[in-house]
Design a protein around this ligand. Structure first.
Ligand SMILES: Cc1cc2nc3c(=O)[nH]c(=O)nc-3n(C[C@H](O)[C@H](O)[C@H](O)COP(=O)(O)O)c2cc1C
Length: 133
């Protein structure tokens, strides 16, 4: 029963108007499972970190992967951790406007990488997620 962290990036496959309902549903489910994390939306993409008991993280990620509101779900990290980096939020959420995204060169570089078969750096992902948490 160890603590686990999973990070992925994906592409929005529907309208932006679904973002708030995804977030409120995530908060409700994650609170029930004592999962924490952060969901960042920018440039039509999601970057999410999930933290909690390994079985809860994996169960939630199985559901997330099947969700048709996004696609190109690309795993960045799936690993045991000693302590949580996002302990204050059952699921923090930030949707960046075009201008907010463009003001962050590191984010723009990270979010414009191709998702297929690419090696996305987990340290940069955590750094960006913490910046908006
Ligand atoms: C980008 C994205 C992030 C999501 N994050 C979560 C999450 O953190 N926790 C969660 O339970 N569901 C999350 N969901 C929703 C799941 O895909 C799924 O719809 C939901 O878990 C189903 O919950 P239910 O079994 O209570 O109906 C996310 C969906 C998307 C598209």
């Amino acid at each position: 029963m160890g603590l686990h962290q999973l990070i992925y990036m994906s592409k929005l496959a529907t309208e932006d108007s679904v973002l708030n309902s995804i977030h409120s549903h995530a908060v409700r489910n994650n609170t029930a499972r004592t999962m924490t994390g952060m969901l960042l939306f920018a440039q039509g993409r999601f970057l999410q970190v999930l933290e909690g008991e390994r079985k809860d993280v994996q169960h939630t990620f199985e559901k997330i992967k099947e969700d048709r509101r996004h696609d190109h779900v690309t795993l960045i990290a799936d690993r045991p951790i000693v302590e949580r980096s996002f302990s204050h939020w059952n699921m923090g959420f930030k949707a960046l406007s075009e201008n907010e995204a463009k003001a962050n060169a590191e984010l723009m570089a990270f979010f414009s990488q191709p998702l297929e078969e690419s090696e996305l750096d987990s340290d940069t992902a955590i750094h960006l997620l913490l910046a908006y948490a």
